[in-house]
Write a protein that binds this ligand. Structure first.
Ligand SMILES: [Zn+2]
Length: 413
């Protein structure tokens, strides 16, 4: 197939081959303005119109020398007249061209700012965005990123001509054109040159002047693999949209926090700090309240052969606090075993405390007691004789734990 798409987006042509596979039409035209996916640039979208039919081109791929249009359309096609009108959707192609030329400017800017070690490692050029992967060994800091973005926009504002040079491979390399590592090039190559700032071997479609790109904004910089960074950017109306959305967010936050945008980071920082302090104060309050309950808990304890069993269930209480409760119980009581349970939706923590007289006179050990109690509910744990912890998953078996403890303490009469 002959590709016409560097110069125009429409062509009167003929169907050369046609096949139907998996509910789609695969069409080869004698000549076509449709760009087939390659060099990171996506395949064109558009229409192929015949005398009695219309096909919607949803992808274009190269198969050998042929450009294959992958189309959606009716199952039955009358192609008695093979003449067609092929039309690339300009809403698809024009932003794609902007993004492709911007990708070249980005590549050159990355090399200027970060160094000559930057090599392209992959790219995606689509109508709505561009993505560029390259070799670099550390995160690009904010200042470098702004410098890169600034440089690309400067080259756009200078409205530089985008030149297409057809030459042979050796000459192209001599004039300093960047070639892709591992890519096979023929003897004749196409070089896209932007005013000595960028020269790349490239078969893609480009704007004629950099000014057509419009605003360029970087939206993200990430790592994709060891030593490979990725920059994602927007151009033209998409870039304007992104700037507007960002401003909307900032304005919403200004209103919500009642400050100007310059004050936002400091304001949020101080709010986070306030929240932290409030949380700490709340924790302290909760702890005090909980520890004050010890007397009440002791009164409710169950006497079993001279040993008091105090068992209590809580929600949203951290294990450290339960341990403090155990310590408090041991200070205030004699001949007492405490078991404190904190229930989460899918699990529970247990803390067991045993007073010193029981440890010395009856050989009761919190570690052993809580370990065996937890086993009743499919859990495990352990610790020292006076204080020990355990975790269980079967929270519905907490009543069985109580029963187990009562039976065990019976034996220590
Ligand atoms: Zn290119």
């Amino acid at each position: 197939s002959i590709f016409l798409g560097y110069e125009r987006l429409e062509a009167e042509t003929r169907i050369h081959k046609l096949a139907r596979r998996d509910g789609r039409w695969y069409v080869v035209l004698v000549e076509t303005p449709f760009y087939a996916e390659s060099g990171g640039q996506v395949g064109d979208h558009g229409l192929i119109r015949g005398k009695n039919f219309e096909l919607r081109v949803v992808d274009v791929q190269k198969e050998g020398d042929e450009i294959v249009h992958i189309c959606e359309g009716p199952e039955n096609l009358d192609i008695s007249t093979p003449e067609v009108f092929a039309q690339v959707d300009p809403q698809w192609r024009e932003p794609t061209m902007r993004n492709h030329t911007a990708t070249h400017l980005l590549h050159a800017a990355l090399r200027r700012v970060l160094g000559e070690h930057v090599r392209q490692a992959g790219s995606l050029v689509a109508p709505d965005r561009l993505r560029f992967d390259f070799t670099h060994f550390k995160k690009i800091d904010r200042q470098e990123l702004e410098e890169i973005e600034w440089l690309v926009n400067e080259k756009i504002q200078q409205d530089l001509p985008v030149e297409v040079i057809h030459t042979d491979y050796q000459k192209a390399v001599q004039m300093g054109a960047m070639a892709l590592f591992g890519e096979k090039y023929g003897d004749r190559v196409r070089v896209i040159s932007i005013d000595g700032f960028s020269k790349e071997l490239c078969g893609g479609t480009h704007v004629r002047h950099t000014g057509q790109i419009g605003p360029f904004v970087i939206v993200q910089e990430t790592s994709v693999a060891s030593g490979i960074r990725r920059v994602e950017a927007l151009t033209g109306p998409r870039a304007v949209q992104f700037i507007q959305q960002s401003r909307d967010v900032v304005q919403d936050l200004d209103q919500l926090l009642n400050c100007s945008w310059e004050q936002l980071p400091a304001k949020v920082n101080s709010l986070v700090e306030q929240l932290r302090q409030t949380e700490r104060a709340l924790q302290r309050l909760k702890a005090r309240q909980l520890l004050e309950q010890v007397d009440e808990l002791l009164k409710q304890g169950k006497k079993i052969n001279g040993i008091t069993l105090v068992m209590a269930e809580f929600e949203d209480v951290e294990i450290d606090l339960l341990k403090q409760l155990g310590d408090r119980l041991r200070q205030q009581a004699q001949s007492t075993v405490g078991l404190f349970v904190n229930r989460w939706p899918d699990r529970a923590n247990l803390v067991c405390a045993v007073t010193d007289d029981l440890i010395e006179q009856k050989g009761l050990k919190a570690g052993q007691l809580v370990k065996e109690a937890a086993r009743v509910a499919g859990g495990g744990g352990g610790g020292r004789p006076h204080l020990a912890t355990a975790g269980i998953k079967q929270v519905d078996k907490i009543p069985q734990i109580r029963k187990y403890l009562e039976e065990t303490l019976q034996k220590f009469a």
